[in-house]
Design a protein around this ligand. Structure first.
Ligand code: ADP
Ligand code: MG
Length: 249
């Protein structure tokens, strides 16, 4: 297409819950280096789509390709290995462990199997460096020795992002990263997502329209399980149906 080969391509996704169609022939793609935002009213099917893409829900129809690999039937874990990481809204954090230990565990998990058999010092310090670099990247370098569960909400969301980055994803799924944040933390998260685009493409599900309009190269509007329209911020803001069903103007 006009943007070259997409990094990520979901085609004709269908998901039914009994008589309800939560995803009705949804197609969405993400170009390399792109931030593609998915917006839509409550019940539109945004979380369903994230669960279909990350493999937590089985598809009724459709296909998903990431970087040339067909991951339509891959397990969630295999999708992470293929380069697709997801932020789990804090649930992936071990609340009783320090930030450092959370990050070490995550980098070890993605460091390859050899680490388990050859636990040499050089390897260990390499992993420690990587954990520290992740903390620095999300602005948590001063919180490495804090117990994760005692961090304020905004910092926990940053840790969640760092844990996802430990997988070195090609595509990062962010499900409402600004949820429950005040304006200061939101602004910091916008800045963080802006930096992340240099290392990964991003599919961003977000309610905060200001954040979406600041960050997204492209926005798709989901309504009743269907993509109503896709385009840049100007296109979406000016679309009469979007104004009617979503922006409420
Ligand atoms: P959003 O995240 O956009 O608010 P959801 O994906 O959570 O929307 O929900 C889309 C629709 O699917 C809603 O009508 C919701 O009630 C329904 N739904 C979501 N998950 C389930 C489920 N596990 N079982 C039955 N219905 C569901
Ligand atoms: Mg949702």
């Amino acid at each position: 297409g006009a943007h070259g080969t997409p990094l990520f391509q979901a085609r004709g996704l269908v998901k039914r819950f009994g008589g309800l169609i939560a995803a009705n022939d949804v197609s969405i793609d993400v170009a390399p280096g792109e931030v593609h935002a998915l917006i839509g009213p409550n019940g539109a099917g945004k979380s369903t789509l994230v669960n279909l893409v990350s493999g937590l829900l089985p598809l009724d129809a459709g296909s998903i390709v990431l970087d040339g690999a067909d991951i339509t039937r891959a397990t969630p874990h295999a999708r992470v290995r293929a380069g697709l990481a997801r932020c789990f809204q804090v649930t992936s954090i071990f609340a009783g462990d320090t930030v450092r230990d959370n990050l070490l565990l995550a980098v070890q998990a993605h460091a390859g199997s050899s680490f388990r058999f050859f636990a040499d010092r050089a390897r260990e310090s390499e992993l420690a460096e990587r954990a520290q670099a992740l903390a620095r990247k999300v602005g948590l370098e001063d919180a490495l020795d804090r117990v994760a569960g005692t961090l304020p909400h905004g910092a926990q969301r940053k840790l969640d992002v760092a844990l996802a980055l430990a997988a070195r994803p090609k595509l990062l799924l962010l499900d409402e990263p600004m949820a429950g944040m005040g304006p200061e933390d939101s602004a910091r998260m916008v800045e963080l997502v802006r930096q992340l685009r240099e290392e990964t493409a991003i599919l961003l599900i977000e309610h905060d329209m200001d954040a979406v309009f600041q960050l997204a190269d492209r926005i798709s509007v989901l309504v009743y399980g269907t993509v109503l329209t896709s385009g840049d911020a100007e296109h979406v803001k000016g679309h009469p149906k979007v104004q009617a069903v979503y922006l409420g103007t």
